[in-house]
Ligand binder design. Sequence first.
Ligand SMILES: Cc1cc2nc3c(=O)[nH]c(=O)nc-3n(C[C@H](O)[C@H](O)[C@H](O)COP(=O)(O)O)c2cc1C
Length: 258
Amino acid sequence: MTARTPGEVRAFYDAHRTVRHYVTREDGTPLPLPAEHLDAMLYAAQRAPTDATAQLYSLIRLVSPEVRARLAELTTNAHIATASEAFVVCLDVRRVGRVLEVAGQGVGHWPAIAVHFGIGDAVLAGQNLLTAAEMLGYQGCWIGGVLNGLEGILDVLELPAGVLPFAALTIGTPAEQPLLRPRVPRPLVVHEDRYRDGTEEELRYAIEVMNPIAARGDKPGDWVRLLRAYFAPSGSMEKREPGLVAALKRQGLWAGGE
Ligand SMILES: Cc1cc2nc3c(=O)[nH]c(=O)nc-3n(C[C@H](O)[C@H](O)[C@H](O)COP(=O)(O)O)c2cc1C
């Protein structure tokens, strides 16, 4: 394959937008994708590199309108019901254990490793799927909102021990045109030879650069306000923490003490 130019690579990634409103059928139901487009996305997902050859992930494709509606509710992300495709991207260490078992082998005890490499594999496969979708002209949205209703999701999707949702992923034809969202300046993110804490000045500048990501309509953006809502005391991450710990325990993936 001919190499792309640096400009083409940048242009491809500049075209990425998280999109939450999709073109639907007239009655508002999901617009199906051509079968070969879906096939290419799933092919891309499975071509992701994988730790120890194990492919420690599963994709649950949400097909029925009832399951779509239930997941939209449990994740508090309505676009799961309207996207052309919606998946729950899961860490899955169950399948590799079953492979060992059918081959007459035992399975070791490695719950921390399971989370480490299982989430890694799930992310690599899901992001390959999203990138393939973008190459075909679609856009999508990762949905960490699965952590808002993890227990219900384990029940609805009948996820056995060893399987845990990382996030959902929706794909469709954009029905909105979001602006390019900023990123933290590179010197704070890319370190050379050793970790370097950014200076206060650099961090303040990063806040300025990132502020537009929190703009809503004509209200100017305030990134710190957004981060506070997620990560400060009593923010949504603290609220999600017990549900995640409970789900890790329920799925046999808890490596901490009682
Ligand atoms: C792991 C992950 C979880 C996310 N969770 C949600 C979510 O629950 N709901 C949502 O609307 N967007 C979600 N997003 C999308 C982010 O808000 C989006 O990627 C970010 O604002 C940057 O925007 P961009 O992708 O358009 O550059 C998530 C993204 C990632 C990678």
